[in-house]
Design a protein around this ligand. Structure first.
Ligand code: ATP
Length: 435
């Protein structure tokens, strides 16, 4: 893997974005914990998705459904029968691999031997457990492998209570679980992860139009939040790649250090899910159009993104290095909306009157934004730390501030410094952070 990948993984660990799960017990492979900065970044990514998909639209609403649902949901959706990946095992070194992700399907990437794989077998990716005190097949339940089904089974509840008319969307953000054969590439593929999914219900004859619409909307979302257009592409699935439910699927791919890979799938799920749930539950899940007096199953366009995977892509994309006064500077040029800390307030020294003034400056800012007050080390080192975690503005309180009631604001990207009256600081920052 490239050094860019290693740099970001190290930065994530050392600065408190992402830690290996259960690290003090040697770590649990493929699970990660988000530290103070990572939790804030992940929350900001999810908030921006929610803002753009739900808050800004009058025909999309949000829900939050249970992780554990009736096992019949997963029978109806096809996950019990066909949510599987082809598993092969190397008879030489006993390593297991997902056949469709191998560069060379004949050769084991662990030991290098050829022709040593067993016949592929379908490995179901759902985590199975038991509900209640008896561990019997009758009590078997699954952790959801996608958030989408929680939306489909609530289609009628939500349509009726929110009084929605086609076309409309139901969105959800939450944890999903897949017992991946080969997790890896840091938080790119984990067994517990977060998704941001929206099911957009429309008239069947309008599905092609809405698919086009959501492809553009979703690609624009990443670019609007600062992801480089050169690192993004839309890719249509080939016929043999399509999931069991889909007639057309596109991926939004990101140019990861190991090559192009999926950030988000945008699929035309047709009426597969609603029809399947209607059939299995015996409930009427058709839509009645009062204008045309027709009753039919809406078709569905689904933009399904990974929150944790996307957060990783934003980190990779934002990282850069430049040179300041002959020294290397590492900087995360995260969009201001995503940056975990918006403003750092830094007294030039630890002298009590400077620290007091710093607290007085920081107080009102804290009510509005995630801020950090840092009094340790030299000012140069503190600037570098803030650059490395992507803080857009550093406010420095110096000895002159005590007399002239002004502070210096440093811009992360241009490194330009403005002298601003403390009185006008909140407005100055608001014009830049909330614009
Ligand atoms: P893949 O082919 O990479 O296994 P998929 O096509 O099965 O993924 P979808 O079912 O379309 O993935 O899920 C939608 C999104 O959820 C993905 O684009 C990805 O961002 C995220 N996602 C899926 N599986 C994982 C995982 N194991 N870890 C992290 N994110 C995931």
């Amino acid at each position: 893997m490239s050094s860019h990948f290693d740099t970001i993984v190290n930065l994530a660990k050392n600065r408190g974005f992402v830690f290996q799960s259960s690290e003090i017990y040697g770590g649990l492979r493929s699970a990660y914990d988000y530290g103070p900065l990572g939790a804030a970044l992940l929350r900001n990514v999810k908030d921006e998705w929610w803002r753009s998909m739900v808050q800004m639209r009058d025909n999309v609403v949000g829900i939050d459904s249970a992780v554990i649902q009736s096992p019949r949901v997963w029978e109806a959706s096809g996950h019990v029968g066909s949510f599987s990946d082809p598993l092969v095992e190397c008879t030489n070194c006993n390593s297991r691999h997902r056949l469709d992700k191998l560069e060379n399907p004949q050769q084991c990437p662990t030991c290098g031997m050829s022709g040593t794989f067993t016949e592929p077998k379908d490995f179901n990716l759902m985590f199975k457990t038991h509900m209640g005190p008896v561990a019997s097949e009758d009590n078997a339940v699954y952790l959801r492998p996608e958030t989408a089904q929680g939306i489909f089974i609530n289609f009628e509840n939500v349509r009726r209570t929110a009084r929605l008319k086609l076309p409309f969307g139901i969105a959800q953000i939450g944890k999903s679980f897949r017992n991946e054969i080969t997790p890896g590439q840091f938080v790119f593929r984990t067994r517990e992860f977060e998704q941001m999914e929206m099911e957009f219900f429309c008239r069947p004859e309008e599905s092609a139009k809405w698919l086009e619409y959501w492809l553009e909307e979703r690609k624009s979302w990443y670019m609007d939040l600062g992801m480089s257009a050169d690192n993004l592409r839309l890719r249509a699935h080939d016929e043999d790649e399509l999931s069991h439910y889909s007639s057309h699927t596109y991926d939004v791919d990101y140019n990861f250090p190991w090559g192009w890979d999926e950030l988000e799938g945008i699929a035309n799920r047709t009426d597969f899910d609603l029809a399947a749930h209607a059939h299995h539950s015996g409930k009427d899940l058709t839509y009645f159009d009062p204008e045309t007096n027709e009753r039919f199953f809406p078709h569905v366009i689904e933009p399904a993104a990974g929150a944790t995977r996307t957060t990783f892509a934003f980190l990779l994309d934002a990282y850069g290095e430049d040179e300041v006064k002959g020294e290397k500077r590492a900087v995360l040029k995260l969009d201001k909306r995503l940056a975990p800390i918006k403003v750092a307030v830094l007294p030039l020294s630890k002298k009590p009157d400077l620290v007091d003034t710093t607290e007085a400056v920081a107080g009102p800012l804290r009510r509005r934004w995630d801020i950090e007050v840092d009094v340790t080390q030299s000012i140069g080192k503190r600037y570098r730390r803030q650059d490395e975690i992507g803080t857009p503005y550093c406010v420095t309180v110096d000895f002159d501030s005590l007399d002239d009631k002004q502070v210096t604001v440093r811009d992360r990207d241009t490194m330009a410094q403005d002298r601003i009256p403390i009185e006008g600081l909140e407005t100055y920052l608001s014009e830049r952070l909330d614009a």
